[in-house]
Design a protein around this ligand. Sequence first.
Ligand code: GTQ
Ligand code: FE2
Length: 371
Amino acid sequence: MPTRRFEATDDGALDALYADVAEKNLQPLWELSGLLTPTPTVRAVPYRWRGKDLRDLGERAGELVPVGRGGDRRVLSLSNPGLGGAPYATSTLWGAVQYLGAGETAPAHRHTPAALRFVLEGEGVWTQVDDDPLHMAAGDLILTPSWTWHEHHNPGATPMTWFDALDLPLVEALDAVFFEPGAGRTAEPATPGRSLSEPSTPGRSLSERHFGGGPGLLPGGATTPAPAHSPLLRYRWTDTDRALNGQLHDSASGAARCGHAHVRFADPTNGRDVMPTMRCEMHRYLPGHTAPEERRTGSALIAVFHGTGAVVLDGVRYDVAPGDLIAVPSWTSQRVVADQRLDLFAVSDAPVLEALALHRTEQIPATTDVL
Ligand code: GTQ
Ligand code: FE2
């Protein structure tokens, strides 16, 4: 009220009000700015971590730092320079590379933040999710949904690194992080057929045998209450690759029908996203193809699987090569340029934005001034 302000200036009443308001842990909104901004104020910045650095540093950590007890992980987290030193890739997503040496085990634990792995190269590690051992090979997507027990074993002779994504910053913001170490639980799998270091470990996980039987084939019989996440826990690269090629190429001539194909990894029982907080997609761009520029609410991480090209974020061009990881903060304009056939894995918080009706996208008209 302007009149009051003038009166108060004279007799000090306004100053007294402000002091009393502060003393009672209140704040006058009329003195605050930067809250209800016309567009999102995004602290995370667009950023690219180079695959070469991630591989080298993971390897060095593998030589120097043992995998500890209590559910520890040898993980290098992506720390977005805009987030003030937090170990977070964006405001909602944790991204990391994990390194597991030959013969090593990352012991069992569980936590409410959901996790997923995308394998950028190599194979041979088994991730056990609850009681289901899942083999990890290049291009595979592996889910460890909220509160599932998980442990990683590398019975092979070569070390392996992969990309991890978790919804940890989001769950932390909601004050809903719980963690439980699996001490005493892990040990050797009791059933002979389940031994993770034995060749008798099943080639297909239980989840794949039930829910990955083939296109459109689900287990018959009694239906159990649907969990909040996909019951299929491993999405194999051969299936993803076939789906992308099916979209891109004419089956008879093999000629390309378009320059961009993408698939969304879905819960096979209902088509929803693999987990309530994260959407996973695989994109394939053919050489020369330039995707239109757009921006959206919610953040994403991109992992470069194959090929070279560039990801243009807010007009700045980031050249990309296999193993590179890229943070795409909310409302950042994004465009992809393929020099060679480019395969990009993307994980985002889109299901959260959609569930809360906060998702927005905007197409940005083409310009020629790319930096
Ligand atoms: O592999 O269980 O990158 O618990 C961060 C936390 C990986 C894991 C991470 C984890 C894990
Ligand atoms: Fe974990």
